[in-house]
Ligand binder design. Structure first.
Ligand SMILES: Nc1ncnc2c1ncn2[C@@H]1O[C@H](COP(=O)(O)OP(=O)(O)OP(=O)(O)O)[C@@H](O)[C@H]1O
Ligand SMILES: Nc1ccn([C@@H]2O[C@H](COP(=O)(O)O)[C@@H](O)[C@H]2O)c(=O)n1
Ligand SMILES: [Mg+2]
Length: 201
């Protein structure tokens, strides 16, 4: 990825829609020096980019709660990693890999260039997650009852098995995301410290 093909540190961040991935990633970025890359945010930006050939395709997947083909998402992630230069301590990849296609594409395109340390898994009851999405108030085209239900089906059927896959490799660090954002973050910092990543002065 960077000059000299140095490996980058990567932490995947997964959990149901609304479990607090973006909220916690912002704090980790501010305090621990990781760069936050949200696959969903990158797809939303690509959807808005003038001249993008993928805008309509991305929007139909986002509204339908389905997963965009990995070639598109992985390229956006790789470009964002390259654009951020060598200063980041590592990358928090939020909302990826979301299904087997994401995982296979990541292995093909990225696994020789990056080092995945662990998977941060924010768990929370689905009804809590639904309410958080409905109350988020960011104008997302998928924060409506119909899209949220579809996103949850995709999460249960396609994303949860990816978390299980990493669990078998002892790579999952699970946190109860139902607690307050401060309580969750205290747990997050403990996990990063145990992995050797310290709070920045
Ligand atoms: N621990 C928490 N307690 C209460 N509300 C929270 C907590 N964490 C996040 N929220 C709120 O819930 C909403 C969803 O949070 P966030 O956007 O971080 O979730 P997400 O996992 O990134 O969701 P998505 O997968 O849909 O992008 C936001 O309005 C956020 O402020
Ligand atoms: N790896 C991914 C990540 C996201 N998507 C699509 O974006 C939607 C929103 O994602 P959030 O993480 O911001 O909730 C998601 O429902 C997918 O449609 C994707 O395709 N692949
Ligand atoms: Mg998010």
């Amino acid at each position: 990825m960077s000059s000299g093909n140095k490996l980058h540190n990567v932490v995947f961040v997964l959990g149901p829609p609304g479990s607090g991935k973006g909220t916690q990633c912002s704090r980790i970025q501010a305090n621990l020096g990781f760069t936050h890359l949200s696959a969903g945010d990158l797809l939303r930006a690509e959807r808005q980019r003038h001249g993008s050939e993928f805008g309509e395709l991305i929007e139909s997947h986002i509204r339908g709660g389905t997963i965009v083909p990995v070639e598109i998402t992985c390229k956006l992630l790789e470009n964002a990693m390259l654009a951020s230069g060598d200063s980041a301590k590592g990358f928090l990849i939020d909302g990826f890999p979301r299904n087997q296609d994401n995982l296979d594409g990541w292995k093909r395109q990225m696994s020789d260039k990056v080092n995945v340390h662990f998977v941060l898994y924010l768990s929370a009851p689905i009804e809590v997650c639904v309410q958080r999405c409905l109350n988020r108030g960011q104008g997302r085209t998928d924060d409506n009852e119909e899209s949220i239900q579809k996103r949850i089906v995709t999460y249960n059927e396609q994303t949860y098995p990816i978390i299980k896959h990493y669990e078998k490799q002892n790579m999952v660090r699970e946190i109860n995301g139902e607690k307050s954002a401060d309580e969750v973050y205290a747990e997050v910092e403990r996990i990063f410290q145990n992995a050797g990543f310290r709070h920045q002065a």
